[in-house]
Structures are given as structure tokens and as C-alpha cells.
Ligand binder design. Structure first.
Ligand code: 1GP
Length: 248
């Protein structure tokens, strides 16, 4: 079973998944043993690896070091088309559908497609919806796009629906890394009730309670980066909260 089939099966069974975001710039190879051990012990389902802006050249080595230590699937979450590596298992082939920047809707994809065709990576197309997180985020600046206002559930619903109709396999509602206002439960609920494909939610989730509220609202996969970098003990607590939602 490939990674996407695993996501679909989890959704069909109403099981929730927890993805830990690793920014190769921020993870120190000295700390990697501890982080991986915590992730394996906690039952983290996926590693998303990437960042809006990677300054150092550590992507390959970061992936290699993680791969040596565990079998948790490694999914590239690229902030740009240069953030590619054959050492991951899959890639979120992101189209920034909340924005109107043609390069991030299709332009970069055209450039990257031939490389990906030759790669062993599983390609998972993903409609990326940036939602206002209360602070200007790196992704909003770098993408030169406006996020959807945090209270405009209707715009998010229509955007997600259009993404699904275009054949995208996942929808990612992201308030951006370090968001002060995470995506609202009302928006998560409206979007997840409208579309059939799995919904990923991230940006500013920093407590197990928040993660739990989001999965209860309908998120299928919760992504946490910043909060875990600050306090790795949260890996266990958030994984427990996400996995505590049992099928009804
Ligand atoms: C950002 O959704 C991710 O793209 C995770 O955000 O770093 O705020 O957890 P945080």
C-alpha cells in the first residue's frame, strides 16, 4: 500500500494521523537521535520535511539521517521547486490554490514534472490553502499571495471544492508556520464536510488540546512543527491526542 492509499484508508476508518514537520534548517544532526526516538515511541505517522525558505544545504543529509534511524514515511513538503530529493518516500506536489500566483499554481510544476517523472518518489498532488494566521508568515511573503481571511469559511469551502474537482488528492489548510491564529474549527469543519479527500491542517497548533479539537472538527492529518521544536515532549502528547479519536 502506498502512502496515499494509507491516508485514504485511515480516512475511511475515521483514524486520524499525525505528521511532524521537520525543517532541515532547524534540526541539528546532534539532536536527531532524540527526536526520532520520541517520534517512533509516540507513533508519529509521517514526517513532512521542508520549509518555506531553506537557507542551508541540509535537505539530503537530513533525510538520510532520519531514514537510517526509522521507517516513518518521509514526505517532502517543499517551499520551492529546488527542495527536491530522491531520498524521501513521497512529495506533496503542492498547488497554492488560495493564491493567484501562476508560478505556484502551475508554473513551477511544469519545470519540476520531468524530474519527478524519473524519480522514485510517490507524487501526491495537494491543494494548498493558505489561511490568515494573524501574522505575516514566510510563506505569504515568499509566495507573494494573500491568505484567505481567517473568518471566510465560504471562500475556503469553494477553494477546496474546486481543488477536489480539479483532481487534487489532498487539501492542506495552513495558517502558516508560527501562526498566532490557527485555522478555525469552523473552517475545518465546513471544508471537511464539503469534500471527500483527506484534509491536512497545520500552522500554529501548539497544544494537544488544540490538535484534538481540530481532529474532532474533521481534520484527517494534523501537522506540527514550531511547537515541537520548542518542546519535543509535545511529540508524545500531540500524537496521543490525535490518535485518541477513535472511529464512531
Ligand atoms: C506550516 O503547517 C505547518 O506549514 C506547521 O506550522 O510550524 O506553526 O506548527 P507550525
Amino acid at each position: 500500500m502506498n502512502i496515499y492509499q494509507n491516508m485514504l484508508q485511515a480516512k475511511a476508518n475515521a483514524e486520524k494521523r499525525f505528521a511532524m514537520l521537520i525543517d532541515p534548517d532547524k534540526v541539528h544532526l546532534n539532536d536527531i537521535d532524540e527526536i526520532i526516538k520520541r517520534a517512533v515511541d509516540a507513533g508519529v505517522d509521517y514526517f513532512f520535511v521542508g520549509g518555506s525558505l531553506i537557507v542551508n544545504n541540509g535537505l539530503d543529509s537530513c533525510l538520510t539521517e532520519i531514514k537510517k534511524r526509522c521507517s516513518i514515511p518521509l514526505i517532502l513538503f517543499p517551499g520551492d521547486s529546488y527542495q527536491l530529493s530522491y531520498r524521501a518516500d513521497a512529495i506533496l506536489f503542492l498547488s497554492l490554490i488560495s493564491g493567484r500566483n501562476a508560478e505556484l499554481l502551475i508554473g513551477k510544476h511544469v519545470i519540476t514534472a520531468p524530474y519527478l517523472k524519473l524519480s522514485p518518489l510517490e507524487i501526491i498532488s495537494c491543494g494548498y490553502i493558505l489561511v490568515d494566521g494573524g501574522v505575516p508568515t514566510t510563506v505569504s511573503y515568499m509566495s507573494n499571495t494573500q491568505p484567505i481571511p481567517s473568518d471566510k469559511d465560504d471562500i475556503s469551502i469553494c477553494t477546496a471544492l474546486a481543488g477536489e474537482m480539479l483532481g487534487l488528492k489532498l487539501i492542506y489548510l495552513d495558517a502558516g508556520s508560527g501562526a498566532v491564529i490557527p485555522v478555525s474549527e469552523s473552517m475545518i469543519e465546513s471544508v471537511s464536510q464539503t469534500i471527500e479527500i483527506p484534509v491536512i491542517v497545520g500552522g500554529g497548533i501548539d497544544t494537544p488540546e488544540k490538535a484534538l479539537r481540530n481532529v474532532k472538527a474533521g481534520a484527517d492529518i494534523i501537522v506540527v512543527g514550531n511547537a515541537i521544536e520548542k518542546d519535543p515532549r509535545l511529540i508524545q502528547e500531540i500524537a496521543h491526542a490525535v490518535h485518541s479519536v477513535t472511529p464512531v
